[in-house]
Ligand binder design. Structure first.
Ligand code: NAP
Length: 499
């Protein structure tokens, strides 16, 4: 079950949001009385409540907004119990002063906005002695490993326990607590109104992460990176699992650069079956692999780490094949006389991870590659590794090429009016491939089409690399159309915004 928290300054708005949530299928709503600017009117809020409710009223010390006295606050909580509200949230230091009455369930809560303390078990024991129906513990994650300690507590608790970590390092635990027995989790009304750090919206929790279907058998996958909050991978992979009716969930794991190896070790307890890997971990993650699937060592980077049938860790790089497939499909669809890369002149912009993978792929297919990037040492290093020509960044317009590939982030949201290759350097018969996928229609691609060039967007590459990951994780063909549609849905607000 998902408990959706609402905090509004006006009763009218709180009631309207409550009704809207009930219409969307919410089963439990937390009314944060401390957000109201006037003294809370329980009769108005509760008499015609469209769903069961948790009544909560937080003080300053709990990062709440209650401005009345403590005596008034406790009187309000007692009145909510007398009115028969389904759940009352009582902080651990006041729970002993407010006795059980009627059918109201007592949630005894403990928050720590600074850390996830070492003595979680002690805290839980103390809360258990306060006559709880449910214990709630929410602590700040200062490392991804804090989530594991919290989830171990939830798994071993005898009293039903909602336990998760706050903050961006803790977001995954808000979903995973369901797998380990939390009776519900918390979500916000919308992304614009996050009431606690790291909280998902109700729509995300319900429709992307499918919290209500998570149980002890759910298989867990995710993406490792930093930053990770704006990754589209959870949207795309979870859409595929939902379509295939699989008991699987895919989560964003924000893992700081220096915490990768410790996190992977601590996450063994979570039995994660596969990871997508993104910046800044694509090189370091190779050290975790027991073996490789494809040219990971030649590329020097992996974007996938998964358990094989022997439960060994296998690293793979699905970017290279994803890009080559996108190019080949585009060349076939756009009726190139010859859809092979053999002998084609390719100019690659950028010398980072994507350029390394795609560069190796096109050289292996017999293309004549030139690379250029704004940092000449990196260009020289990659050119020497691939045995190809290097071009000064300033001179990139002077190269005569059949295929131009952008492997820089130039043009990516929010810098949507930038292009890495000025329009006057484009030539009519070029094929222009932009690996940037957000937005789908980048400035480079728009200008290329205006110039009469054929174009390929990064959306196809993204879908191809995600589908290849799905196939390694799950061992069956990926629903590519579903994944493409999910990605387009995710990036569409940006597309509308630039038009
Ligand atoms: P990366 O390793 O950080 O490399 C980025 C490259 O772009 C570097 O050569 C960097 O140069 C250069 N660069 C960065 N900002 C620039 C600027 N303002 N002007 C000129 N050059 C600039 O990143 P990556 O993993 O290769 O990813 C690069 C892009 O590829 C991403 O932004 C993403 O859009 C795209 N990509 C798409 C897919 C897909 O599935 N469609 C998959 C992977 C990547 P310096 O070294 O000098 O900073």
């Amino acid at each position: 079950m998902i408990c959706v928290s609402i905090g509004r300054t006006r009763h009218k708005m709180m009631i309207a949001e409550h009704r809207a949530l009930a219409d969307k299928g919410a089963q439990l709503v937390e009314l944060r009385l401390d957000y109201l600017s006037r003294p809370p009117d329980l009769v108005r809020l509760l008499n015609e409540r469209p769903t069961p409710c948790v009544v909560t009223c937080r003080r300053d010390v709990d990062r709440g907004r209650w401005r009345g006295s403590e005596a008034q606050r406790q009187a309000l909580l007692r009145a909510a119990i007398a009115a028969g509200v389904e759940y009352i949230d009582l902080e651990d230091d006041v729970a002993g002063e407010i006795p059980r009455y009627g059918n109201t369930n007592r949630i005894i809560s403990h928050h720590d906005f600074a850390e996830t303390p070492e003595d979680l078990a002690e805290i839980h024991k103390r809360l258990s002695a306060l006559d709880p129906d449910i214990i709630k513990i929410a602590t700040m994650a200062n490392s991804p490993s804090d989530c594991v300690r919290m989830l171990k507590l939830v798994a071993s608790a005898r009293v039903p326990t909602v336990g998760f970590c706050m903050g961006e390092l803790g977001t995954a635990s808000r979903v995973l607590c369901g797998k380990y027995g939390s009776p519900f989790t918390y979500a916000g009304f919308s992304n614009e109104r996050e009431l606690a750090p790291g909280q998902f919206s109700y729509d995300e929790m319900k429709n992307v992460y499918r919290f209500d279907e998570i149980n002890s058998e759910t298989k867990v996958f995710g993406v490792l990176g930093d930053p990770i909050a704006h990754s589209f991978s959870p949207l795309v992979h979870n859409a595929a699992y939902a379509h295939e009716k699989m008991n699987c969930v895919y989560l964003p794991f924000r893992v700081p650069k220096d915490a990768l190896m410790t996190t992977l070790e601590d996450f063994e307890w979570l039995d994660i079956r596969g990871y997508s890997v993104t910046i800044p971990h694509k090189v370091a993650v190779i050290a975790k692999a027991d073996h490789f699937d494809g040219p990971v060592q030649e590329i020097g980077a992996a974007n996938t780490l998964f358990r094989d049938s022997q439960r060994s860790w296998c690293a793979s790089n699905t970017d290279m094949d994803a890009a080559l497939t996108s190019l080949r499909t585009a060349m076939e669809e756009r009726q190139f006389a010859d859809s092979s890369l053999q002998g084609k002149r390719v100019l690659l912009l950028g010398a980072g991870g994507a350029a390394r993978a795609i560069g190796l792929g096109v050289v292996r297919r017999g293309a004549a590659l030139s690379i250029t990037s704004r940092t000449s040492e990196k260009t020289a290093e990659l050119a020497s590794k691939l045995g190809c020509q290097k071009i000064q960044w300033e001179n990139r317009g002077s190269v005569f090429c059949d295929i131009l590939i952008n492997c820089t982030p130039v043009g990516m949201h929010p810098n949507v009016d930038e292009s890495p290759f000025p329009m006057h350097w484009l030539r009519d018969n070029m094929l222009v491939f932009d690996t940037v996928y957000n937005p789908e229609n980048t400035m480079l691609l728009k200008q290329a089409r205006e110039h009469g060039c054929r174009t390929v967007s990064g959306v196809e590459m993204f879908v191809n690399q995600a589908a290849a990951q799905f196939e390694r994780f799950i061992g069956q063909a990926a629903p590519r159309d579903v994944m493409r549609e999910a990605l387009r849905r995710g990036i569409s607000p940006v597309k509308f915004w630039i038009e």
